[in-house]
Design a protein around this ligand. Structure first.
Ligand SMILES: [Zn+2]
Length: 483
């Protein structure tokens, strides 16, 4: 198995650090700063590391996965004060929203989610040791890291000290010795949340939080540290400087994995540019499987362009997989063993090559096509479906429209219809009641075999943005797709 390591700039054979537990992989991914709803950029990062974790497990590793929550930060303090609530209240609200989004996207929870505000003693301990070892110094109630004591600082971003230094400066109010130094502890301003420390009241900086938490929960050396490419510098470089100076053990991380960023148009999707699609907005339009297929259909290190066309295509792809997963085969027996082995190996070859999920998704589509073809020819398809479910599970696909909003209030139940009704997506409409009545009316007409009148109602529903599709399994109701 090969993974691309940002530190070496190359694909390397993946061998976990020899630790006490055999085949254990220690994985840390930088978590959210909960001050607003998460957007598709967050979805991309957390889906990719979810798939990496699932795949490692599929390959026989035990994965210990830690993700922090930066629940104290300038952005939280600023937004809370604008909204007139406490920073803690704001952070809790958006932490809840984050978990809601992750669950909806079928992202498995990490083993531990340490929160900055609950890890202050460990953070203080690490800072104190760094001061004792000469890697940090207190000044004006804050504590700064002495960057020039780390000769290979900048290595993760493939820059030397001179390149890193260009553009750094000392802001007014900072008591740094050198412009490159960064804050480990920040003296609090009046009215801000603060904690007692040997250097006075204050709060931790963002970088030290990740070092302290990974040390506490995973130890001196991590196998995988992940995050978006925008975190490589300075955040991850600072984590390396802090952790290695604290432990004296190199490397802090064996494999640095970074995902590309989501773009809307030509620009990076970001809060500061205001060009965001939140996860909740995307989930109103598309199924979780479609969002995952969209994200996994490109190489994770490349930038990903968000477009409705690409998501529509992913949605149709998801539907193809669901249909293949649910279709009935017939009695003709077939020896699936060679076929299953071949497709399974193709999937493994793809994923072993630095998680080539695009190729892995292509294997699932091929499998769906073969299931349909062989099913049509009268064969039993159960073995193909078992493999499809197994491999889809490694990519975190549920193989069904799993959304919570799946059954909109007011749509008549299958029993009332007398025929099963499969509702795949909630119609996004204002007059839900009218639609409900029209669907009931059409059903009555169909039962009475008044086809022409039933068709008129279908046309009317179509105008209202709802399409109906009658299948042998029942009627599928969907909102009309924008083309
Ligand atoms: Zn971090």
């Amino acid at each position: 198995m090969k993974v691309f390591n940002t530190l070496s700039g190359q694909k390397e054979e993946f061998l976990p650090h020899p630790s006490q537990v055999k085949d254990e992989v220690k994985m840390y991914v930088c978590g959210v700063t909960p001050y607003d709803n998460c957007h598709i950029g967050h979805a991309m990062s957390y889906i990719i590391f979810d798939v990496i974790r699932r795949y490692l497990r599929f390959r026989g590793y035990k994965v210990k996965y830690v993700q922090n929550i930066t629940d104290i930060d300038d952005k939280i303090i600023d937004r809370a004060s604008k909204l007139g609530i406490s920073p803690a209240e704001l952070a809790q609200k958006y932490t809840d929203s984050y978990f809601e989004d992750m669950d909806a996207l079928n992202i498995e929870r990490a083993d531990i989610y340490p929160r900055a505000t609950e890890e202050i003693p460990k953070i203080i301990e690490v800072i104190q040791t760094l001061i004792d070892k000469g890697f940090a110094y207190p000044a004006g109630g804050s504590v700064y890291f002495r960057v020039r004591n780390v000769p290979d600082y900048g290595r993760l971003a493939h820059r030397n000290l001179a390149e890193v230094m260009a553009g750094t400066r000392i802001e007014p109010g900072e008591d740094k010795e050198h412009p490159m130094d960064f804050a480990l502890w920040k003296a609090s301003k009046p009215g801000e949340p603060c904690w007692e420390s040997p250097w006075g009241q204050g709060r931790p900086g963002w970088h030290i939080e990740c070092s302290a938490m990974s040390l506490k929960y995973l130890g001196d050396t991590l196998d995988i540290h992940g995050g978006g490419q925008d975190l490589i510098f300075p955040h991850h470089q600072n984590e390396i400087a802090q952790s290695e100076s604290f432990t004296g053990v190199k490397p802090f991380v064996k494999y640095w994995l970074h995902n590309g960023l989501v773009q809307l148009g030509e620009e990076k999707m970001s809060k500061s540019l205001g060009n965001l699609i939140t996860i909740k907005q995307a989930l109103e339009e598309y199924s979780p499987d479609a969002i995952r297929i969209f994200i996994l259909s490109s190489y994770y290190r490349s930038p990903l362009k968000y477009s409705e066309e690409a998501l529509e295509a992913a949605e149709r792809g998801a539907e193809r997989l669901w249909q293949a997963n649910e279709r009935e085969g017939r009695g003709k027996q077939l020896d699936w063993s060679k076929f299953v082995e071949h497709q399974r190996q193709r999937f493994i070859d793809a994923m072993d090559d630095d998680f080539n999920t695009a190729q892995a998704v292509a294997v699932l589509f091929d499998l769906a096509r073969d299931i349909n073809r062989l099913g049509d020819e009268g064969y039993s398809v159960i073995h193909g479906q078992q493999l499809l479910a197994e491999l889809a599970g490694v990519l975190g696909l549920a193989l069904k429209p799993t959304r919570k909003l799946i059954k909109p209030v007011g749509i008549p139940s299958a029993e009332e219809f007398g025929i099963p009704t499969i509702i795949t997506f909630p119609p996004k409409i204002d007059s839900e009641k009218d639609i409900e009545n029209l669907i009931r009316q059409r059903d009555r007409l169909r039962k009475a075999k008044k086809w022409q009148e039933a068709d008129k109602i279908r046309a009317k529903l179509d105008e209202m943005g709802v399409t109906l599709e009658d299948t042998p399994e029942g009627t599928i109701i969907r909102p009309k797709r924008k083309r």
